[in-house]
Design a protein around this ligand. Sequence first.
Ligand code: ATP
Length: 300
Amino acid sequence: TKRAAANAIIAPDFKFEDMGIGGLDAEFSTIFRRAFASRIFPPGIIDKLGIMHVKGMLLYGPPGTGKTLIARQIGKMLNAREPKVINGPEVLNKYVGQSEENIRKLFADAEKEYKEKGDESGLHIIIFDELDAVCKQRGSGAGGGTGVGDSVVNQLLSKLDGVDQLNNILLIGMTNRKDMIDDALLRPGRLEVQIEISLPDEFGRQQILKIHTAKMKENKVMSDDVDVGELAALTKNFSGAELSGLVKSATSFAFNRHIKVGTMAGVSEDVTNMKVNREDFLNALSEVKPAFGVSDEELE
Ligand code: ATP
């Protein structure tokens, strides 16, 4: 099973929650195995195997599910330098050649280091958010019918398959619309590892809520009547980002109980005893709603 495979490479004392990512253990393990495991082996072993590292992967799924979070955390685990992050729409430029130039720049540091150090070069991670904005099926008129989208895809392809194959690059593309991505980009050697990051199930939601309430619990500003298990059951279809929004909304209701409404706004004296309680979370539930109506059955 997915989980058994995960256990093979994850140390027993390692907790995903400690990294601040909830409900994505299996996905994380797969990403690590496919895109990173080969990178922690000495180059000699990789040469013997006659393989190349995975140079690209695609994380796809609804917004706010932790795609960026996971990409950054994985970079940290590998001691990679701070990833370069770029947004699809940011790259697009109406001036001829400027979008390609933006892509070229993205790879420039890695290329320079690879020329100097070869396989001893550190790993360069490039996170490409909203990839669909520039990498729609070629000929589909992405980039406002200017053909800019086509040349961006071509430029990315040439960086990934280039004659001087860079072995020190990992391009992590992200999208909410995998179906929009040009097929040519998804072939082996390119964004070859494709992982769906879907909305969390009930267990995942519980983990995520635990992460986002960890601090208030530790600092004893959360009442004992708050049960994250109960909240997880009540938050079907919530993304991680929405669960984090729920926690914030709940704290606002707790603040509200301590605000004196009068001619001058002020807080009451008992504010030092402020705690976020179950009622605050129930109020938050009537305020924060999930954007996507996918049912749990569909997710399973
Ligand atoms: P988008 O598609 O909109 O770029 P994304 O999938 O990259 O979204 P993130 O930016 O990683 O989503 O998530 C936004 C925030 O929501 C995170 O910084 C985090 O606070 C919270 N969050 C999302 N998913 C999780 C999760 N699985 N565990 C814990 N927190 C999460």
